[in-house]
Design a protein around this ligand. Structure first.
Ligand SMILES: [Zn+2]
Length: 243
C-alpha cells in the first residue's frame, strides 16, 4: 500500500517536472510576435553555424508582396550566407488582406518603437522592436516595396536602398552593393537614400539600438520574380561584404 502511494507521488512529481521544463524550453514569445492574439505571427530561426546574425523583417506593409515572398524564399531554401532570424509576415492581418495596413490599424511603419500597452499597432511595433533588442543582430534588413520611377530618367522604374545610421562601414558596404547593381542591371535602376522617417522601423532601430538597418524597396510595377530577385540579390551581397 505504501509502495503504491509512493509510485503515484513519484509519477505526479515527474509530470510536474516535465510540464515545468517544457514551458521553460518552449516559450511562445520566442516563436511568435503577438502570441495568442489574432495578429500572432511566427518568427523563424535558421542556424547555419555562421558568425554573422542577420535579421529580416517583411510584411510591415501587407501589400508589398515582393519582400514578403523573398523572406519566404529564404525560409524555404535556408541559404548558408548567415544565421537568420526572420519575421516574414510582421503584420499578419495586413499580409492576409494584401493591404498596407488594415483600416482599423494605423501605419505600423510610423509606430516604432511602439508601446507595451498602446493600440494594437503600437503593441505590435513594441514586440518587434523588443525582439530586435533582445536578439541584437549584426544587421537588419527591412523589406518593402514602392512605386517610384528613376529620378534622373522617369522612363525607368527604380528600386531603392534606404539607410539612416551614418555608420561608415555599413554605408560603404551599401554603396558597393549599389555599384554592383548598376553594373549588373540596366532595366530597373536603383536609388540610394539616407533619410528615414520618424517612427519607421529603420530610423528607430538604427538610432535607438545602434544596429545598422537597410530598407530594401523593390518596385511594385516590376515583374514579381524580378522583385523577389532584387531583395535576394541585395541581402546576399550585403552579407558577403559584411563578413
Ligand atoms: Zn513599405
Amino acid at each position: 500500500m505504501i509502495k503504491n502511494k509512493l509510485f503515484y507521488i513519484l509519477c505526479f512529481l515527474l509530470i510536474v517536472l516535465l510540464i515545468y521544463s517544457f514551458s521553460h524550453i518552449y516559450d511562445f514569445r520566442d516563436y511568435y510576435i503577438m502570441a495568442g492574439t489574432k495578429y500572432e505571427s511566427p518568427i523563424y530561426y535558421i542556424d547555419n553555424g555562421r558568425k554573422i546574425k542577420v535579421m529580416i523583417i517583411s510584411g510591415i506593409h501587407g501589400n508589398e508582396i515582393g519582400g514578403i515572398k523573398a523572406a519566404a524564399r529564404i525560409i524555404e531554401v535556408k541559404p548558408d550566407w548567415a544565421n537568420f532570424i526572420i519575421i516574414p509576415r510582421s503584420n499578419t492581418e495586413a499580409v492576409r488582406n494584401e493591404e498596407r495596413n488594415p483600416y482599423y490599424m494605423s501605419d505600423l511603419n510610423r509606430a516604432f518603437p511602439g508601446k507595451p500597452n498602446g493600440t494594437d499597432t503600437e503593441v505590435m511595433a513594441y514586440e518587434i522592436f523588443k525582439l530586435v533588442e533582445k536578439e541584437s543582430p549584426d544587421i537588419v534588413m527591412d523589406l518593402h516595396e514602392w512605386e517610384r520611377n528613376y529620378d534622373e530618367d522617369s522612363s525607368f522604374l527604380a528600386n531603392g536602398l534606404i539607410l539612416d545610421l551614418m555608420d561608415s562601414k555599413f554605408m560603404e558596404i551599401t554603396e558597393k552593393v549599389y555599384d554592383d547593381y548598376i553594373i549588373d542591371n540596366d532595366s530597373t535602376k536603383i536609388m540610394l537614400d539616407t533619410s528615414s522617417l520618424n517612427g519607421s522601423f529603420n530610423k528607430e532601430v538604427s538610432d535607438r539600438l545602434g544596429i545598422p538597418v537597410l530598407t530594401i524597396e523593390s518596385n511594385m510595377n516590376d515583374k514579381l520574380e524580378n522583385r523577389i530577385s532584387f531583395h535576394l540579390y541585395v541581402i546576399e551581397r550585403i552579407i558577403n561584404y559584411f563578413r
